[in-house]
Design a protein around this ligand. Sequence first.
Ligand SMILES: *[C@@H]1O[C@H](CO)[C@@H](O)[C@H](O)[C@H]1NC(C)=O
Ligand SMILES: *[C@@H]1O[C@H](CO)[C@@H](O)[C@H](O)[C@H]1NC(C)=O
Ligand SMILES: *[C@@H]1O[C@H](CO)[C@@H](O)[C@H](O)[C@H]1NC(C)=O
Ligand SMILES: *[C@@H]1O[C@H](CO)[C@@H](O)[C@H](O)[C@H]1NC(C)=O
Ligand SMILES: *[C@@H]1O[C@H](CO)[C@@H](O)[C@H](O)[C@H]1NC(C)=O
Ligand SMILES: *[C@@H]1O[C@H](CO)[C@@H](O)[C@H](O)[C@H]1NC(C)=O
Ligand SMILES: *[C@@H]1O[C@H](CO)[C@@H](O)[C@H](O)[C@H]1NC(C)=O
Ligand SMILES: *[C@@H]1O[C@H](CO)[C@@H](O)[C@H](O)[C@H]1NC(C)=O
Ligand SMILES: *[C@@H]1O[C@H](CO)[C@@H](O)[C@H](O)[C@H]1NC(C)=O
Length: 659
Amino acid sequence: MMLTLRTLAMLAVSILPGCQAAIDLLVHSSGGNATSPIAYGLMHEDINNSGDGGIYAELIRNRAFQGSEKFPSSLEAWTPFNGASALSLKKLCTPLSAALPYSLNVAPKSATTQQGKIGIVNSGFWGMDVRAEQKYSGSFYVKGGYEGHFTASLQSVITGEVFAAVKVEGVSSGETGGWVRREFTIVPGKTAGNSNNTFAITFDAAGVKNGSLNFNLISLFPPTYKNRPNGLRIDIAEALAELKPKFLRFPGGNMLEGDTLTTYWKWNETIGPLKDRPGMAGVWQYQLTTGLGLVEYMEWCDDMNLEPIVAVWDGLALDGNYVPQSQIGEVVQYALDELEFLTGDAATTKWGAVRASLGHPRPWKIKYVEIGNEDWLAGRPTAYDTYKQYRFQAFLTAFNDKYPNIQVIASPSVFDGMVIPAPGAGDYHPYLTPDKFVAAFDKFDNLSKQNLTLIGEAAATHPNGGIGWDGNLMANPWWGGSVGEAIFLIGAERNSEKVIGATYAPGLRNLNRWQWGMTLLQHAADPALTTRSTSWHVWRLLGSHVLTQTLPVTAQSGGIRPLYYVAGKSEGTHVFKAAVYNATQPVEISLRFEGMTAKGQTAALTVLRGPQDPYGVNDPFTQINVVNETTLAVAADEGGVFRFSLPHLSVAVLELAGN
Ligand SMILES: *[C@@H]1O[C@H](CO)[C@@H](O)[C@H](O)[C@H]1NC(C)=O
Ligand SMILES: *[C@@H]1O[C@H](CO)[C@@H](O)[C@H](O)[C@H]1NC(C)=O
Ligand SMILES: *[C@@H]1O[C@H](CO)[C@@H](O)[C@H](O)[C@H]1NC(C)=O
Ligand SMILES: *[C@@H]1O[C@H](CO)[C@@H](O)[C@H](O)[C@H]1NC(C)=O
Ligand SMILES: *[C@@H]1O[C@H](CO)[C@@H](O)[C@H](O)[C@H]1NC(C)=O
Ligand SMILES: *[C@@H]1O[C@H](CO)[C@@H](O)[C@H](O)[C@H]1NC(C)=O
Ligand SMILES: *[C@@H]1O[C@H](CO)[C@@H](O)[C@H](O)[C@H]1NC(C)=O
Ligand SMILES: *[C@@H]1O[C@H](CO)[C@@H](O)[C@H](O)[C@H]1NC(C)=O
Ligand SMILES: *[C@@H]1O[C@H](CO)[C@@H](O)[C@H](O)[C@H]1NC(C)=O
């Protein structure tokens, strides 16, 4: 085996004598800034089946044959139960609802096969997870006469083995003519060995009264996070909750804007019974069910204790078209209606009453509203000019009048060349190389407090020396990139009175359909593939030690680079966060907290170290976590000095109890 240059370089580093002088740091007991309790959070939009087929727990793909001009209704994911079944998409004169005009017609293929079992099979979002003793809640609508019973079942594609089957009542003669809803539960007796499974509804051709049956809104949910009906997939939601997030920015992202001025995310079409939701043409190459709609996003916030950052549509589409000044008032009113839906009194407001009718009589509290998404990008420079000239101001004025306690956030930041009128805040979305993240460590130092900023999306996307946006986007979050993010975040935390919070994006990636490698979590139908990325580990460590106050640090010797750090207080503890980048040998640190001088007092030091290769990733298919996390107790020397060392490309948090 030949030694590569890289391994030689590493050997050279590891045999250097540890003669470097320690960096001597003193954390002062006062003189810092109180910071807002919002810190690390989440951002979500339905990007490439991270909603449908991702965190939204529905197992049936194309459950209601929703379509649009861009993605016409189809039978995608559906196949006939056996050779004897004929399936067709029908637009009946009596559809299930105005929102769901298409349905699935099932007939025997020919007169000669009228005696057999016929039906429909759904392949799910590239498979389905089938687990013993779990309760799967299903339902469907059917139209037509049928004497007999339906069978709803889960089975293996590979072996044909049926894991569970239940009988569902047929359609009596009194019910024919209209659509009838059937509910059922399936509890498999056995766990499937893999996720190559399907869901089927079958019935006897002989019992069909009128040649065929029509089906729509065929749904099957496994147990959900906090048992919410129409809720979230448990393993994905739990992996996000482990990050201890404080806010959720939704519903986008590009999904909010839509491709054209008529296909934006219409909040009013994402609420109410599923049968009244038409879905929408997604901007990531597929039709969205909007089953994960406005109310479901709010329930997600409730269940994970997140502060919602509600992004409202502001009259910009991804094709660069924008609403003229003469019509912006209508768009503002549409957003005010959305806020009334969320926060209005159930008895005295129109939209508050609608919310109450959907099972949420108590108004939600909203502290943050963001006006649009990345208005500096689509249709620039003209569309961006309209944002600066009239679109943002129209929203800011209206929201300040009606909701003076809501912090309005502009979708660009001061770094995108916008002077944001008071009392607005901005939103900054860095997608950078690790070197550029490190170089941005002091990005916020000279920012004035008037330029309060959200970091509403961030991720290391390209390797150092990257050749441009489309050139060499990385296929996965990688350790060196994740450390770069950590240093940028530490820089933001030093200025956290100017930073509302920070979130990685996109947070979820479906292994079956993706382009962007960047993600906190990878997922597929099989929960065994749910994989926490290198960045997940970094954001979790930093995000689960929120500073409520920063404290000044003086370096008696050494300074910033290659060690980057911030110190502060957090609920009864002192916290020191640090990361090392571009060090030629481990960094020796001696750290003191003013006024806490007891010898022998112990602090908990958690260190994340990466693989030898800075390009190492957490691969769902090997399930090897390349991030090594260790926590150990460090005892203070004379004078309360904590001595420890941190290697190149590491991220650490030291926590000392006491105020
Ligand atoms: C507190 O805020 C002021 C003003 O923004 C800043 O100059 C100072 O560095 C901050 N102190 C700490 C410890 O972050
Ligand atoms: C039976 O089929 C005929 C012809 O398609 C239709 O007019 C009628 O409504 C159907 N009856 C039922 C009960 O579905
Ligand atoms: C099983 O599912 C996996 C993941 O979707 C897929 O790659 C594989 O081809 C499937 N195998 C069969 C036999 O269907
Ligand atoms: C939702 O609101 C938009 C904008 O006002 C409107 O065009 C659309 O018709 C509404 N949808 C429904 C179902 O009322
Ligand atoms: C890290 O070191 C490399 C190689 O010397 C250099 O090119 C790069 O600019 C450094 N990055 C930072 C952020 O210091
Ligand atoms: C911040 O301002 C100081 C003093 O004017 C200057 O030395 C420093 O380069 C500035 N930093 C950034 C990141 O702009
Ligand atoms: C921040 O906001 C003020 C007031 O809008 C502006 O004058 C200043 O240039 C902005 N920029 C920075 C970097 O603080
Ligand atoms: C989304 O999926 C489609 C189809 O696989 C792909 O063409 C597209 O590049 C993906 N986009 C993203 C952002 O992953
Ligand atoms: C993690 O790092 C510690 C400290 O360097 C080391 O003792 C341990 O063996 C490492 N564990 C793994 C799984 O690499």
